[in-house]
Design a protein around this ligand. Structure first.
Ligand code: FEO
Length: 576
C-alpha cells in the first residue's frame, strides 16, 4: 500500500479529478478519468481508493470510441477528446453498457458528432433511446457479430448479459488482442499506474468489486468466461481501475473460482427466453430484476441458442423454471420446450410468460402440461397485450419476486427458528407504530404496511424506515423518490391491515376498494389515516435483509387531533 499512498498524497487537493491518456496498442488510446475521492458507488458500495472511468479510442480507417465517462468529467474529457481526434471523423461509439458512469456523456458526444453510429446490445440501444431523447444511428450487436474498422482492426462482440447490467457486451480487437470489458474485471481503485504490475496492491479491491457487482450473477459470469475462452487476450481493458496485462490468468481464474463457489446453490432458477423474438428479452429481464431481490441463483438461457443436452442438465439442477413463449415457427426452441417438459419434475416451480411476438406458442395448453406433471405455479401466466409498458414490467418484476420468495421460504423459516427463544422474545418487546407507505413513480404505484419506522432527525426533519429487500415497494424508494407515510389510528387499523396484508397477484391494484386521495407528491393518502407525512428519500443504507430508507419530511397533516397512533406489540422479534 506504500506505493498507493505516495501517489495519492502527490495529487493536489484542487486536482482531485484528473485525466491520464496513454497509447495502449496500435492506433489505440485510453483516456482514464481519475476520480480520486469518490467514496460511494451504487448507493451501498463504499469505496476506499476512489475510482476511474476508462474510455478508449481506436483509430483504424474508421474510428471508434468505446464508452465515454461520468458526467462530472464533461469538461476535462471532452477537451481531451477534441485534442485527440476530430469529432466529425468519429464513426462509432461502442456502448459496453448504459450505466451513467460510462454513458454520462453520450448525449454530448451525439451533439458534437451527430454522424456517429452507436453500437450496443439490443437492450442497450433501447435504454439509450429513453435516455437521450433524440434520434441517433444505431447498430445492434450480439455474440459473434463483427465490425471492421479497417487497417486490421476487426472488432468481435461478445454478449455478457447481467454482468452486472442486462445490456453488457464485450468488444475484442483482433489486431491488438485487447478485450474491452467495461465493468467486468474492473475495480474501484484510483492510481496513476496504468497497468496491474503490482497485483498484491489490487487483490483486495478486485475481490470486493467482484463480491459487490459480479457475485450475485455468478452463473452469468461463468457463461461469459466460456465465451471468451477462445480469445487470445493480451490486455483486458476495464472500465474501472487499472488495465490488466501482467497477470491475466490470475484475474480470470479468480473470477472462475469465485463464480463456481457462488453457483453451488439449492435454489437455481433458469429463465428461458428467446432473445430475438417479441418482447421476450425485456420481460425476462424484469422477472430477473424481481428474482434478484431474493436469495436465488439465476441462469438466463436463450431458447434459440442452447441445446437439449445443456437444457437437460440445467433443468435437472433447477428448483425454479421461467419460460417465455417462443414463436410457433421456431423449431429449435420447440425442441427445447419439449426437453424442459421431459425433465421438469413436481418438486419444481414454474412461471410462464407470453413474448408478444404475434406467433407465440399458446400459453395455456403448455401451462396445463406443466400442471399435469405436477410443477407448482410460481406466478400466474404473464400475458402481453400491446408490448411492454411500465405496468407490465412491474408485474413481471413482482412475479419474479413471488417465485423467488416461494423457493426460499424454507430457508427463511429455518433461519427464524434457529434464533434462541429468549432472544426472540426479548426482541419482540421492541414496540413500534403501524403505518402504511404509499409511493408513486411515473405510472407505477405501490403500498406497504410498515412498523419499523422512527423519526431520525430534527434538522432537517427526517424519518427512517426499514424495508425488506424483497418488497416490491423497495424499487420506488431510491434517493429522490417521493412517498407518503400514512399513520394508522388505534381502533381503526384492522380493516386496512387486513386489506394490505393480503397476498396481491403480481401487478394488481393495491388500492382497489380503499378510500384514498392524492397527496401533492402524487402518492395516495388514506382517507382513514390518523395523519400523513409527505417524504422524499435522501439515502439508503444496506442492513442485512433490509434497507434503511432515510427521508426528509416535506409536509404533513393530522386528520383527528384526538386520535392515537396504532401500536404494534409482538410476542417474538422474528416476525413483524
Ligand atoms: Fe461502471 Fe456498471 O457501471
Amino acid at each position: 500500500m506504500v506505493a498507493l499512498k505516495v501517489h495519492s498524497e502527490n495529487i493536489p487537493q484542487s486536482a482531485r479529478l484528473t485525466l491520464q491518456t496513454r497509447n495502449i496498442g496500435e492506433e489505440t488510446t485510453v483516456i482514464r478519468c481519475l476520480d480520486w475521492d469518490r467514496d460511494r458507488f451504487d448507493i451501498e458500495f463504499a469505496l476506499k481508493n476512489g475510482t476511474t472511468y476508462n474510455s478508449f479510442l481506436i483509430e483504424g480507417e474508421k474510428k471508434a470510441l468505446i464508452d465515454t465517462s461520468h458526467g462530472k468529467f464533461k469538461k476535462l474529457y471532452l477537451e481531451k477528446l477534441v485534442s485527440l481526434v476530430d469529432l466529425s471523423t468519429l464513426d462509432y461509439l461502442i456502448v459496453s453498457h448504459t450505466e451513467p458512469d460510462h454513458s454520462g456523456l453520450i448525449k454530448d458526444i451525439l451533439n458534437l458528432a451527430p454522424q456517429i453510429t452507436i453500437v450496443g446490445s439490443k437492450v442497450a440501444i433501447q435504454f439509450l433511446e429513453n435516455m437521450v431523447h433524440q434520434p441517433f444511428e444505431s447498430l445492434i450487436v450480439k455474440s459473434g457479430h463483427t465490425l471492421d474498422l479497417g487497417n486490421e482492426h476487426q472488432l468481435e462482440f461478445v454478449s455478457a448479459p447481467n454482468l452486472h447490467w442486462p445490456d453488457t457486451i464485450f468488444t475484442y480487437d483482433h489486431k491488438t488482442s485487447i478485450l474491452y470489458t467495461c465493468d467486468v474485471f474492473g475495480m474501484h481503485y484510483c492510481d496513476d499506474y496504468l497497468y496491474d504490475e503490482e497485483p498484491d496492491l489490487l487483490e483486495k479491491d478486485f475481490q470486493y468489486y467482484y463480491d459487490c457487482l459480479m457475485g450475485p450473477n455468478a452463473r452469468s459470469v461463468l457463461a461469459a468466461l466460456k465465451r471468451i475462452e477462445k480469445l487470445e487476450i493480451k490486455t483486458i481493458a476495464t472500465g474501472h481501475g487499472p488495465l490488466l496485462q501482467h497477470h491475466i490468468p490470475k484475474w480470470i481464474n479468480a473470477y472462475s473460482k469465485w463464480s463456481k463457489e457462488q453457483s453451488k446453490t439449492d435454489n437455481l432458477v433458469v429463465v428461458f427466453y428467446d432473445e430475438d423474438y417479441g418482447y421476450s428479452e425485456e420481460i425476462a429481464r424484469n422477472i430477473i430484476k424481481g428474482l434478484q431481490k431474493t436469495e436465488v441463483t439465476i441462469d438466463l438461457v436463450d431458447l434459440s441458442t442452447t441445446d437439449p443436452h445443456e437444457t437437460r442438465q440445467l433443468v435437472y439442477q433447477a428448483k425454479g423454471l421461467v419460460l417465455g413463449m417462443p414463436s410457433q415457427n421456431n423449431a429449435k426452441a420447440q425442441t427445447i420446450v419439449n426437453t424442459i417438459l421431459a425433465v421438469g419434475n413436481p418438486k419444481q416451480a414454474i412461471g410462464l410468460f407470453e413474448s408478444g411476438g404475434g406467433e407465440d406458442e399458446p400459453i395455456y395448453p403448455l401451462r396445463n402440461k406443466f400442471q399435469e406433471i405436477g410443477l407448482t405455479e410460481g406466478f400466474p401466466p404473464i400475458l402481453v397485450k400491446t408490448g411492454t409498458t411500465p405496468s407490465l414490467e412491474k408485474m413481471a418484476s413482482e412475479a419474479g419476486t413471488d417465485l423467488g420468495q416461494w423457493l426460499t421460504r424454507d430457508r427463511s423459516i429455518k433461519n427464524m427458528k434457529s434464533l434462541d427463544s429468549s432472544l426472540e422474545k426479548a426482541l419482540g418487546r421492541i414496540s413500534s407504530g403501524l403505518y402504511l407507505i404509499t409511493a408513486k413513480k411515473g405510472e407505477i404505484a405501490g403500498a406497504m404496511l410498515a412498523s419499523w419506522v422512527m423519526q431520525a432527525s430534527l434538522e432537517p426533519i427526517g424519518v427512517a424506515i426499514a424495508v425488506a429487500k424483497d418488497r416490491a415497494i423497495e424499487s420506488l424508494m431510491y434517493p429522490g423518490d417521493r412517498f407518503v407515510l400514512n399513520v394508522l389510528e388505534e381502533g381503526n387499523s384492522q380493516g386496512l391491515m387486513k386489506h394490505f396484508l393480503k397476498r396481491f397477484p403480481p401487478g394488481s391494484d393495491r388500492f382497489a376498494g380503499v378510500k384514498t386521495y392524492r397527496a401533492t407528491n402524487g402518492s395516495q393518502i388514506l382517507a382513514d389515516a390518523l395523519a400523513y407525512l409527505e417524504c422524499v428519500v435522501t439515502s439508503r443504507t444496506d442492513c442485512g435483509d433490509h434497507w434503511i430508507i432515510y427521508s426528509n419530511v416535506q409536509t404533513g397533516r393530522v386528520s383527528k387531533v384526538e386520535g392515537l397512533t396504532a401500536v404494534h406489540h409482538r410476542k417474538v422479534g422474528t416476525h413483524y
